[in-house]
Design a protein around this ligand. Structure first.
Ligand code: ADP
Ligand code: ADP
Length: 230
């Protein structure tokens, strides 16, 4: 589903060169739930951004759902991203002056020739149902708890029915009860077929996934299957 081969990422500014990823080889199969851990600055977000087609590697090959994207232009990257990938962030990234339902509908607006207004609303309602927030559709983000905001963000990530969900510290801003709630939702989405890659600092959350990849200083230093969950 996600295949990274000999990936290198160098950030260059006029004065500094940072090797953020160094010869990464990682193959994630359909239906896996993978966590990525490592100290701050080791390249986790960079890796997730490459998988999400938000940034290009300096060298190496990125393959998503069988498509090698090396030669793709922005338009083709955007198409593949909209079709296949949903993103969840630590800080939710909701739009405060749109209702919950409107926030969840946003990704559908970028899909050409797709759903009409009423069917977009229907899809958004279904996504909110999956995260247990049907009773907050007409609220605004600042009327919700952190855990509820993250559930809205998950609904927004899944409204287009992506096969891949990329989550950058989805429980990082939540207390452990809310974090556990979010993990249960991700586990359910995974059980329903989504391939999930999650960056986390929290061993407890990582232990609930199938596989733990560890990064250090831009390199992969660990890749273990968590037998009890796989
Ligand atoms: P993590 O998510 O593990 O904290 P990042 O992927 O954000 O790590 O960063 C990896 C390395 O790349 C760090 O040394 C960071 O300072 C550097 N870096 C990240 N983004 C940029 C950027 N846009 N320009 C320059 N350096 C960057
Ligand atoms: P995260 O939110 O995942 O922790 P950030 O995007 O805030 O990651 O940045 C991670 C690291 O990358 C930080 O150390 C930050 O200073 C560095 N970084 C981000 N953008 C740039 C940039 N444009 N130039 C240099 N360093 C950057």
């Amino acid at each position: 589903m996600i295949n990274l081969q000999n990936i290198e990422k160098v950030y260059r500014t006029s004065t500094i060169e940072t090797l953020a990823l160094n010869n990464i080889n990682l193959h994630i199969r359909t239906g896996e739930f993978v966590s990525i851990m490592g100290p701050s600055g080791c390249g986790k977000s960079t890796l997730l951004n490459l998988m999400g087609l938000l940034d290009a590697p300096s060298a190496g090959r990125v393959e998503i759902g069988g498509e090698t994207v090396t030669q793709y232009r922005d338009k083709e990257l955007a198409r593949l991203r909209n079709q296949k990938i949903g993103f969840i962030f630590q800080s939710f990234h909701l739009i405060n002056d749109l209702s919950v339902l409107d926030n969840v509908e946003i990704p559908l607006l970028y899909r050409k020739g797709d759903a009409s207004g009423p069917s977009r609303r229907q899809l958004a309602r279904e996504a909110l149902e999956k995260v247990g927030l049907s009773n907050r559709m007409n609220h605004f983000p600042n009327q919700l708890s952190g855990g509820q905001k993250q559930r809205v963000a998950i609904a927004r990530a899944i409204v287009g029915q992506p096969s891949i969900i990329l989550a950058d510290e989805p429980t990082g801003n939540l207390d452990s009860a809310m974090g556990n709630e979010i993990m249960s939702i991700l586990q359910q989405l995974n059980a329903d077929g989504a391939t999930i890659v999650m960056v986390t600092h929290d061993e407890t959350m990582a232990k609930k996934t199938h596989r733990l990849v560890r990064l250090f200083d831009g390199a992969m230093v660990g890749d273990s299957v968590l037998m009890s969950n796989a």
